[in-house]
Design a protein around this ligand. Structure first.
Ligand SMILES: [Zn+2]
Ligand SMILES: [Zn+2]
Ligand SMILES: [Zn+2]
Length: 342
């Protein structure tokens, strides 16, 4: 994500702002131009209908027949808005979802594909457990991403994180992970990259439910960090792909932010700065060689982890990327680059 400026007064804006705090102009995100704009009277834009609920600041052409922006049009089920806590949860979900959609637009990834004559579309169900109903599992099915809205509650999410022994658990991470399952269908399934996929991630024809049951019984092998980005990635090649996909989106989006702020990492007191220096002077989406991205990403993580520790926060990126994981990220980058060129 970039740092944006108000098109009226040049005050810097966050991606989520709907008013410029300097000139008080209403502002919003133009998803076609991927930029923030200030709205003038009689502007050629209108806000997405979800702006009425304070959960969206994206814009559409005022002539558009749709009431919803390209990100909100993908919602199929939203939380019941009868309680303030659900309204808060929905807002948290939308903040994360809009950042996911930004990344997908940035990578020119489609939201719909045809598979065996049938359309498969990206979409979202934000659902709650009901007292007598089944437990809602966060997951993906043919493009539809279901998120249990309890995950949008900070206390619930922290409890799940502890119970599962995870180092990182965020809504944005969930969205990125689940979108990976859809983009596996789009980029890999029944296509030539499947061979390379199987060499890197393993054979996905292995029975999925048995593999998951095994994982929940036995956990990850002790040496998981030699080949996988997370313990959960060991459960099945599809989950390995989705976990790695999420990390790819983490890296690209964060590098874009660092590039946009002109961040350079050049430790002053170290004689040998090999491997911990980085000038992020080129936007990451324009870099075709994944190793060059990694060479910037690792020093950035080290620096920002150190900043976080200075503030008493947990590490910003609590992961170590092994050689095989870097190979998997490179494969994903290759596939996305092909998409960006076409
Ligand atoms: Zn302004
Ligand atoms: Zn919207
Ligand atoms: Zn998954």
């Amino acid at each position: 994500m970039r740092v944006y400026a108000c098109s009226n007064c040049q005050n810097p804006l966050y991606f989520e702002n709907s008013v410029c705090l300097n000139c008080r102009h209403p502002v919003g995100f133009d998803a076609a131009a991927l930029t923030m704009v200030a709205l003038e009277p009689n502007s050629e834009y209108k806000y997405c209908k979800n702006s009425e609920y304070g959960v969206c600041n994206w814009l559409l052409p005022s002539a558009s027949e749709s009431e919803y922006c390209i990100a909100c049009a993908l919602n199929r089920v939203i939380p019941a808005l009868s309680t303030d806590s659900n309204k808060g949860r929905w807002k948290n979900l939308e903040i994360a979802k809009h950042r996911l959609i930004y990344s997908l637009l940035r990578l020119h990834l489609p939201f719909q594909v045809e598979y065996q004559g049938k359309p498969e579309s990206l979409g979202f169900d934000f659902m709650a457990d009901l007292p007598s109903g089944p437990h809602i599992l966060t997951g993906h099915d043919n493009g539809m991403i279901t998120i249990n809205i309890a995950e949008a509650d900070e206390v619930e999410r922290a409890r799940n994180k502890l119970d599962l022994g995870e180092r990182y658990r965020t809504l944005l991470g969930h969205f990125r992970h689940e979108s990976g399952h859809f983009y596996w269908d789009v980029l890999v399934r029944d296509q030539p990259p499947i061979e390379k996929f199987r060499r890197l991630f393993g054979d996905e024809r292995r029975d999925y439910s048995t593999a998951l049951a095994d994982y929940y019984t036995n956990g990850a092998p002790a040496d998981w960090d030699q080949r996988f980005v997370s313990p959960y990635a060991t459960s099945h090649p599809w989950e390995d792909w989705a976990e790695t996909w999420a990390h790819y989106l983490h890296m690209m989006d964060t590098l874009e932010t660092a590039w946009s702020f002109g961040i350079r990492i050049d430790p002053v007191e170290l004689e040998d700065t090999t491997g911990i220096r980085a000038s992020i002077v080129k936007e990451p989406y324009a870099i075709s060689d994944c190793d060059r991205l990694i060479k910037r990403w690792l020093p950035l993580c080290f620096a920002v982890n150190s900043l976080n520790r200075s503030m008493g926060h947990a590490d910003f990126y609590p992961f170590v990327l092994s050689g095989p994981v870097i190979g998997k990220l490179g494969f994903i980058h290759e596939l996305c680059q092909t998409g960006m060129r076409s």
